[in-house]
Write a protein that binds this ligand. Structure first.
Ligand code: HEM
Length: 276
C-alpha cells in the first residue's frame, strides 16, 4: 500500500517534468502527413484526366479555377490551394526532420542497425527518410510554380512545361518519391496509431498487418502505373506541340467561356480561342 502511494507520487513528480511536446509534434506530423497523402491520392487522379482526353483535363482545370461554381475563372483559387498545401508541407517536413540522423555517425549507426536486424518496417522508415529528403527540393519547386503561375495550367500549358521547359525529369523523380512516401506513410500511420488493431488477438493483428502491407504495395503499383502513363501522355502532347509551345488549348466540344466567345467574334482566329 505504502509502495503504491510512493509509486504514484513519483509518477506525479515526473509528470511535472515530462514535456508533452514530442507527443504533440508526433500528432502534428501524423495529421499533416495524412492530409498530404489524401491530397496526393486525389491530385494524381485529377492529373490522370489527360489519359481520358485533353478536354477532360481542360474541364478539371476549369473546375479548380471555379468556372463551374462562379461562371468565371479565378486562377487565384489555385494559388490559394497551393499556398495552403505548401504550409502543410512545410509543417510536415519540420516535424519529420527532427527524426533524421543529425550526423554522419548517427547515419552509419542507423544503417548498420538496419542491416543487422533485417526488419522490414525499419527499412521502410529509411525509404521514408530518403524520399522525404528528395521531396523537400522537388516538391518545393513544383508548389512554388503552381502558386505563382496558376493560370498556366491546361493540356497544352502543362504539356509544354513538361516537355519544352524540361520539367519532366523533376516530375519523374517527384512522382516516384511522392508515391512511395505517401503509400509507406499511410501504412506506417495505420501501424503507429493502431487503426486496424482494436482489441483483436495477436494472430488477427498479424493478418491485418499483412493485409495492410499488401494494400500498400497494390496502391504503389496502381498509382505508379497511372502516373507514369499520365507523364508519358503529357510528354507526347508536349512533343507534338513543341513547334507551337506557348499557344493554349482550345476545347473541341466544350462550352466556351463568355469572354473567350467575345474574343473569337472580334478576331476570327479559331486556333487562338479558349486558352489553356
Ligand atoms: C495545390 C497544389 C498543387 C497543384 C495546383 C498542383 C498541380 C499540378 C499540375 C497542374 C500538374 C501537371 C503538370 C504541370 O502543369 O506542371 C502536376 C503534376 C504533378 N504534381 Fe502537382 N500540384 C500541387 C501539389 C503537389 C504536391 C504537394 C505534390 C507532391 C509533393 C505534387 C506532385 C505532382 C507530381 C508527382 C506530378 C506529376 C504527375 C504525373 O505526371 O502523373 N503536386 N501538379
Amino acid at each position: 500500500m505504502r509502495h503504491d502511494r510512493e509509486h504514484k507520487s513519483v509518477a506525479a513528480y515526473l509528470c511535472g517534468y515530462i514535456s508533452h511536446m514530442p507527443a504533440r509534434l508526433d500528432l502534428l506530423q501524423s495529421v499533416t502527413g495524412l492530409i498530404l497523402a489524401l491530397f496526393i491520392a486525389a491530385h494524381l487522379l485529377f492529373e490522370a484526366s489527360i489519359l481520358i482526353s485533353k478536354d477532360a483535363m481542360y474541364s478539371v482545370t476549369k473546375m479548380f479555377e471555379g468556372y463551374y461554381f462562379f461562371g468565371e475563372v479565378y486562377p487565384g483559387i489555385i494559388s490559394f490551394l497551393a499556398a495552403a498545401i505548401f504550409v502543410i508541407f512545410i509543417l510536415h517536413a519540420m516535424t519529420a526532420m527532427r527524426k533524421f540522423p543529425s550526423s554522419y555517425r548517427q547515419y552509419r549507426l542507423f544503417i548498420s542497425h538496419m542491416h543487422n536486424i533485417q526488419h522490414n518496417d525499419t527499412t521502410l522508415w529509411f525509404y521514408q527518410a530518403v524520399t522525404g529528403f528528395m521531396m523537400f527540393f522537388l516538391g518545393s519547386v513544383h508548389l512554388y510554380m503552381m502558386m505563382t503561375m496558376p493560370s498556366q495550367i491546361g493540356p497544352y500549358a502543362s504539356a509544354d512545361r513538361i516537355y519544352s521547359d524540361w520539367m519532366w525529369p523533376l516530375y519523374l523523380l517527384l512522382l516516384i518519391s511522392v508515391i512511395l512516401h505517401a503509400a509507406i506513410g499511410l501504412y506506417r500511420l495505420a501501424l503507429k496509431w493502431g487503426f486496424f488493431e482494436g482489441k483483436a488477438q495477436a494472430k488477427k493483428i498479424k493478418q491485418r498487418r499483412k493485409l495492410m502491407k499488401k494494400l500498400m504495395l497494390i496502391s504503389i503499383f496502381v498509382y505508379m502505373s497511372i502516373s507514369l502513363m499520365s507523364l508519358g501522355t503529357y510528354m507526347m502532347i508536349g512533343y507534338e506541340h513543341a513547334d507551337h509551345a506557348g499557344e493554349r488549348y482550345q476545347p473541341a466540344q466544350l462550352e466556351i467561356l463568355p469572354e473567350q466567345k467575345q474574343q473569337q467574334e472580334q478576331v476570327p482566329q479559331p486556333d487562338k480561342g479558349m486558352q489553356q
